[in-house]
Design a protein. Sequence first.
Length: 235
Amino acid sequence: MKPIILSSILTVIMAGPVLAEAADGLPMNAAEGDCFARIVTPDAVETVTERVIDTKASFEIREFPAQYETVQEQVLVREGTTVYKSVPAVYKTVPEEIEIEPGLTKTVMKQVLVEPARIFEEQIEPKYQTVEVQRLVAPARQERIEIPATYKMVERRIAKGGTEEWVPILCESNASPQIISEIQTALNHAGHSLVVDGKFGPKTFAAMKAYQLEQGLPVGVLTLSTVKHLGVTPT
């Protein structure tokens, strides 16, 4: 691969009649309407590795539902009470000799009280039933979870020194929608996905810079060398 040439645009000029006397490296035979950019070609390019943020630190709120456990409890089904009951008297029949006249007796049956009537109280115990119930162990809550930033290592090219020169570029005066469409098509063939619409927008500009970096071309301006490298013939 060719060495990568980083360029910084210093000045962009559209050629005209007044440039017939141009100095400072501009071509004396520049046609009216031609555009030029003064770029810096570095003497050396140093690649440095830097640690940069990949994703910023953030946080999220997590919801924790309430927690329950199943336990057994005794539930009162019937309350205790006191009942009063009556017991009737108890009798028994026994024979008894009675004298009818002197010297003459008779046996008769007689009711004799064995146990007198009475009232007593009876205690009825309360009745319980074992049931399963849900008991709260921990209430619902929210918790803020901190997500730390992540980092990655990237390479960056730094230009050192350099020389300035004027190079021809495409600009509004010499870049028709047809030429831009051909450039977009060529960038697509080079692996940069673009919509071919004949407009030199931000996505086309980003694809152009990526292509220039890959091919070791001056980066940051649509030079005629880039156009020709793409296989497009500028008009």
